[in-house]
Design a protein around this ligand. Structure first.
Ligand code: FAD
Ligand code: NAP
Length: 321
């Protein structure tokens, strides 16, 4: 491949984690290159109102927030590249990344490829996204104050989201496909004890039902998997919480991943199992998964990368003398 771009630091991903890493790295004089991927700006470009990112009294828009982050990163000296990476070699430095449009060589790499919420895959669910179907109660729960809502799933995330939603709604239904939850016991105990939460066992959602003008969610058609009976549950918000998959396919067998496929980092740092490769944001965080935490670990990754480069460059200088 003829088109090779070399940089001291490459940041893979342009969500809040990657862009924050870029701002810090550029201000440290590392002239970073951000490879944006097929979703420039990341997950926040898929939402509208963001009300929990600090610093803004008014409601802001997700796409606007990441546009501002990108503008700030470019302003301080980041080079943005539109490409999607299909192959990485982190077995030796410089690390090599191969994309649709070119090849990239880097002395240090920050991985900020994020994670995507899993969805049920129903056409009606796709249609109701942004109209009542959400995959993030922390982000969107506030919009359903005083309304009936449902959560779909039976893991920690679903139970946490159901409990969280009781801050806004007195009528939360948890819909789970089996008759027992996989969430931790302590979370289950809190869930069962909560008067505002109803459990719908052995049930799967077969249809997201819209109505009104402008169209919004009015209910879910739910099938009992034991009896086959379908009933309508009237809700205005439905939160799909059936897991996330981190974007780590590129790194399988090359970097240490945990049992859920997230990049493993040393506690208290962003260092992965390969020196010089750092990870930040949702790709290494299965618990918090917020824009502000992604930005926070993005900052950490840039500082870790800067330290790493200073050390190896100093060693190289000493060896040359
Ligand atoms: P992402 O935002 O997922 O960005 C990943 C980046 O990596 C993308 O740019 C993508 O193109 C790139 N990438 C992936 N693979 C490759 C590849 N192979 N090559 C090149 N690039 C690649 N959080 C809040 O704090 N407040 C909210 O209100 C809020 N609302 C949300 C609403 C929705 C609908 C969703 C889905 C999430 C919401 N979140 C919210 C969560 C927040 O968006 C995420 O926590 C945050 O975006 C994670 O940032 P990240 O940079 O780690 O990853
Ligand atoms: P998870 O543990 O994989 O649970 C996903 C749940 O969704 C399961 O109950 C599963 O049902 C259900 N599900 C999956 N696909 C479905 C489908 N197509 N239709 C209907 N239901 C479906 O995912 P998670 O809850 O997001 O947790 C992911 C990881 O993060 C876990 O390791 C978890 O412990 C961790 N986590 C930890 C915390 C915390 O420590 N506080 C918080 C959140 C997440 P089945 O049970 O039938 O398989």
């Amino acid at each position: 491949m003829s088109n090779i771009l070399s940089s001291r630091l490459i940041i893979l991903g342009s969500g809040p984690a990657g862009l924050t890493a870029a701002i810090y790295a550029a201000r440290a004089g590392l002239s970073p290159v951000v490879i944006q991927g097929i979703q420039p700006g990341g997950q926040l470009t898929t939402t509208t109102d963001v009300e929990n990112y600090p610093g803004f009294r008014e409601v802001i828009q997700g796409p606007w927030l990441v546009e501002e982050m990108q503008a700030q990163a470019e302003h301080v000296g980041t080079k943005m590249v539109w490409d999607h990476i299909n192959e990485v070699d982190v077995s030796r430095r410089p690390f090599v990344l191969k994309g649709d449009s070119g090849e990239y060589h880097a002395d240090a790499l920050v991985i900020a490829t994020g994670a995507q919420a899993k969805w049920l895959g129903l056409p009606s669910e796709e249609h109701m996204k942004g109209r009542g179907a959400s995959a993030c109660a922390t982000c969107d729960g506030f919009f359903y104050r005083g309304k009936k809502v449902a959560v779909i799933g039976g893991g920690n995330t679903a139970v946490e989201e159901a409990l969280y939603l009781t801050n806004h709604s007195h009528d939360v239904t948890l819909i789970h496909r089996r008759d027992s939850l996989r969430a931790e016991k302590i979370l289950q105990e809190r869930l069962f004890a909560h008067p505002g939460i109803t459990l719908m066992w052995d049930s799967e959602v077969v249809e997201f039902v819209g109505g009104g003008q402008p169209e919004a969610l009015v209910g879910l058609d739910v099938r009992n998997v034991k009896t086959g009976e379908v009933s309508r549950l009237e809700v205005e918000g439905a939160f799909v919480a059936i897991g996330h998959h981190p974007a780590t396919e590129l790194f399988a067998g090359k970097l240490a991943l945990d049992e859920d496929g997230y990049l493993k980092v040393e506690t208290g740092s962003t260092r992965t199992s390969v020196p010089g490769v750092f990870a930040c944001g949702d790709v290494m965080d299965k618990i918090y998964r917020q824009a502000v935490t992604a930005a926070g670990t993005g900052c950490m990754a840039a500082l870790d990368a800067e330290r790493f480069l200073a050390e190896v460059e100093f060693e190289a200088l000493e060896a040359a003398e």
